[in-house]
Design a protein around this ligand. Structure first.
Ligand code: DGY
Length: 322
């Protein structure tokens, strides 16, 4: 029986690639050059499984015509880069990697919140530029975090892990918006309280942190009127997806002092970051590092291994999303 032919669109952790090479007839992207949608479309015609990552684009057009692939083992929890309806229409199973990146993504949100509140990026730039003149009572004054209110949009795994850090680690009040009702006792485990609308959360919060999925349902959830609804002087943190924020409206809100700062790990057109954001001292920018730890990236890869192994053994993949 020939081994299933699989293709990885990018370089993965070496230990994971080694397991895949043992179990499958694997094509690796040894140059690690991002694949175009046309190249991915070709791979879908020539392989039994394609293993994309969150930075690939799989619009409906890549699924046109005759397709050999039966499964997409996505390396990542978010899958808004895949046209799920089109994949489903071709009978393709799609899996993701939930759970294993919860802590690391919540940590990156905390890092952004602390960096923007305490001006960590600015301070580091000042020292590296040899511009620091020494301690004085009025130097680079930031915002105290303890005792402040953080508002979380999306109370899934990562939202909860972030709430726990904010409340139990940093003494913050935590409110959140979630589409479905969360039992008050469950919310209390994370030191958090549910409010009925996004607007109520925005009005109550000194920091707003986004933890909802990207894609059509949340596209530009943070728009000009939502920025205007934020507390004056508040900060936005985004570790969710770039498309959840209208970047032009964010830039305007920062320029006009509607909000005080932002901490961003994700962008609308990654890896492009708007020039205006690059020039703003009150914005902390990271290059989509939420899950970027050795432990988490290995665990994400091994989840994909488990998912596609289950699929080709005729079992239900543990993390099937379509
Ligand atoms: C994901 O898995 O969706 C993350 O954005 C990758 O860090």
């Amino acid at each position: 029986m020939p081994r299933p032919k699989i293709l990885l669109t990018r370089r993965w952790p070496a230990a994971v690639e080694a397991v895949l090479a043992e179990r499958f007839d694997a094509t690796f992207n040894t140059d690690d050059v991002p694949m175009s949608p046309a190249a991915i479309a070709e791979a879908l015609r020539t392989h039994d499984a394609v293993l994309p990552t969150v930075s690939d684009k799989l619009p409906a057009s890549v699924f046109d015509g005759e397709i050999r692939a039966k499964v997409l083992g996505n390396f990542g929890v978010g899958y808004n880069h895949i046209d799920i309806a089109a994949a489903k229409a071709k009978g393709i199973v799609v899996t993701n990697t939930p759970g294993v990146l919860t802590d690391c993504t919540a940590d990156i949100a905390m890092l952004l919140l602390l960096s923007v509140a305490r001006r960590g990026g600015e301070g580091e730039r000042q020292i590296r530029a040899h511009e620091w003149k020494g301690w004085c009572p009025t130097h680079m004054i930031g915002t105290k975090v303890t005792g402040k209110t953080v508002g979380i949009i999306g109370f899934g795994r990562i939202g909860k892990a972030f709430a726990q850090r904010c409340h139990f680690g940093f003494g913050m009040n935590v409110v959140f918006y979630n589409r479905s009702m969360v039992e008050p006792a469950e919310a209390a485990r994370y030191g958090a309280r549910q409010l009925a609308t996004v607007e109520e959360v925005l009005a109550a919060s000194d920091f707003v942190s986004l933890h909802c999925p990207g894609g059509a349902e949340n596209r530009q959830l943070m728009n000009a009127s939502r920025f205007a609804a934020m507390k004056p002087g508040a900060y936005l943190i985004n570790t969710a997806r770039g498309d959840v924020v209208d970047e032009a409206a964010l830039i305007a809100a920062l320029e006009n002092g509607v909000i005080r700062g932002a901490g961003l790990d994700v962008y609308e057109a990654e890896p492009q970051v708007p020039e205006k954001l690059l020039g703003m001292e009150n914005v902390v920018l990271l290059p989509h590092l939420g899950s970027a730890t050795e432990e988490t990236r290995n665990a994400m890869g091994m989840k994909v291994v488990d998912n596609i192994t289950a699929f080709f053994e005729g079992r239900e993949p543990p993390d099937r999303v379509a």
